[in-house]
Design a protein around this ligand. Structure first.
Ligand code: GZL
Length: 348
């Protein structure tokens, strides 16, 4: 038996025992690699976890793209939001001598050493979704994902425009930020988008609490802030699952969610727009505006790998285009830096 297969089995059992999810679309976890398996492109995919609807859709996009029938053996590892599990998975991929590593990094920092090991092993690393902050960008081949700061700026520009259209004074906005996973690109970008808008529009940023992109933490954080700040009129949730929790907390506090903040409703802003529930909430006004965050990176990564297989160098950074969603027709488009973005009206 090949030494690499033996090591793979030992490490795979260790990973399974550690509670991480593990999956392989190919058959090379068998003791002997089948002849036809030798032609498969082996991809090690380290995913953040399964913390949100967005993440599950992102995982599904990858699993449904990289199938054995299409010539791939995808080895998928769910890190359960722990960077150390991702580092362990990457080292496993290196030892299994995969052809490509795809990393969806939980946070930006802490990748130099292990990406250096992959680089030394000559394995191309494709970063998806959130970014990595490394001393040498040659440690990864390319990145594909969202412009998170632009997502935040667009949602805030929608709010600013909505206030103007309804005669609401900008300095009457009392907003709190339910942040995503601390140190992740999505959190850093969406938070910066909000903080810049607070300064330029004269809003009152009353408080900030971690929501970790989950419904439970979103509910807990919002309930806590409602007790501290009874004058909140906007809750800025850094993803939909936090927004679902925030809506529960607002309603449990005897208040109502909606766009009519002049009448005492609390407006909820959010990001992703992936689940039917989020779309329904947007249609009925429970969520006033969603900054779309597109999770379907599977085909994008496949195109990158096809290009690499053909010797074509991919773009170093590839940003995906994303919309602004609302069930309220007050604002039909917004402009930022001379670029106009239409608001996609979700009809009830
Ligand atoms: C954004 C992604 C974020 C989503 C959350 O691309 O990293 O992580 O907005 C997810 O829903 O948990």
């Amino acid at each position: 038996m090949k030494k690499s297969v033996f090591f793979a089995l030992i490490i795979s059992f260790a990973i399974l025992l550690s509670g991480c999810g593990s999956y392989s679309s190919g058959q090379n976890t068998d003791m002997d690699v089948q002849d036809e398996d030798k032609d498969l492109i082996v991809i090690g995919f380290s995913q953040v976890g399964a913390e949100s609807d967005w993440r599950k859709a992102n995982t599904e996009s990858m699993l449904s793209t990289f199938t054995r029938e299409k010539g791939y053996d995808l080895i998928y590892e769910d890190a359960q939001q722990k960077q150390q599990n991702q580092i362990t998975a990457i080292r496993t991929f290196i030892q299994r001598e995969v052809d490509y590593i795809v990393l969806a990094p939980v946070t930006e920092d802490g990748w130099d050493t292990v990406l250096g090991e992959a680089h030394d092993a000559g394995i191309p690393v494709i970063i998806v979704d959130r970014q990595v902050a490394v001393n040498d960008n040659d440690l990864f081949t390319c990145w594909v994902g969202s412009d998170f700061e632009l997502e935040g700026r667009k949602a805030c520009e929608w709010l600013r425009s909505y206030c103007d259209a309804h005669g609401i004074e900008q300095n009457d906005i009392n907003i709190v930020d339910i942040q995503g996973t601390e140190g992740s690109s999505a959190q850093l970008g969406r938070t910066k988008g909000l903080n810049d808008a607070v300064r330029s529009n004269g809003w009152n940023l009353l408080d900030v609490r971690p929501g970790e992109y989950t419904q439970a933490k979103g509910r807990e954080a919002t309930a806590y802030l409602l007790q501290l700040h009874p004058d909140i009129n906007v809750v800025y949730c850094e993803n939909d699952n936090e927004a679902f929790g925030a809506i529960e907390a607002i309603e449990a506090a005897g208040k109502s969610v909606g766009t009519n903040i002049e009448a005492g409703q609390i407006m909820v802003l959010s990001f992703d727009g992936v689940s039917d529930l989020a779309v329904d909430y947007c249609k009925n006004g429970s969520i006033s505006c969603i900054g779309e965050c597109n999770p379907l990176h599977g085909p994008r990564v496949e195109r990158i790998i096809e290009n690499l297989e053909a010797g074509i160098v991919p773009e170093k950074f590839e940003y995906v285009d994303e919309a602004i969603l609302s069930g309220d027709d007050t604002i039909t488009n917004i402009s930022l830096d001379g670029v106009t973005y239409s608001v996609e009206l979700l009809e009830r």
